[in-house]
Design a binder for this molecule. Sequence first.
Ligand code: FEO
Length: 171
Amino acid sequence: MNPHVESALNDQVQKEASSSQFYLAMASWAESNGLNGTAKFMYQHSDEERFHMLKLIHFINERGGKALIPSIEQPPKEFRDLENVFELLLAHEISVTESINNLVDICLQQKDYTTHNFVQWYVSEQLEEEALARTVLDKLRLIGGDKGGMYMFDRDLENSSIGGAAQQAQQ
Ligand code: FEO
């Protein structure tokens, strides 16, 4: 496997692992604050990121490279409120998109069209994840500080198919 591509893929393994841990921290925070819908959404999202990581690991190894299992930085322990959680989620997804775009660039520079094709799945996934984060954040901004609205938001998230769609993507 081309060493530049292999290195960039391994960097992406680290980013997906960090994303999974970051969303796990959000899930745990939400659960301990009685926000069960948000917790469910974040636990599922964390699983989805782990799946993104595993998909990369398998690809690297199956193509003759060596996947490296990274150490993971400590995610935040506290969040200000729900808006803060989803702001951080969107900012994080934007940074992951930049990293995927960088990976696409490297594949083209190295003329590795097989990996370029593989990475397109991540390009589409990032489009969906950013759009979803923006939609949720728009809703939260509409609600503002209204407690009743926040309760309904969390309940809607618990009953929505958003998390289910994340799980189906892994099958
Ligand atoms: Fe796998 Fe949300 O980046």
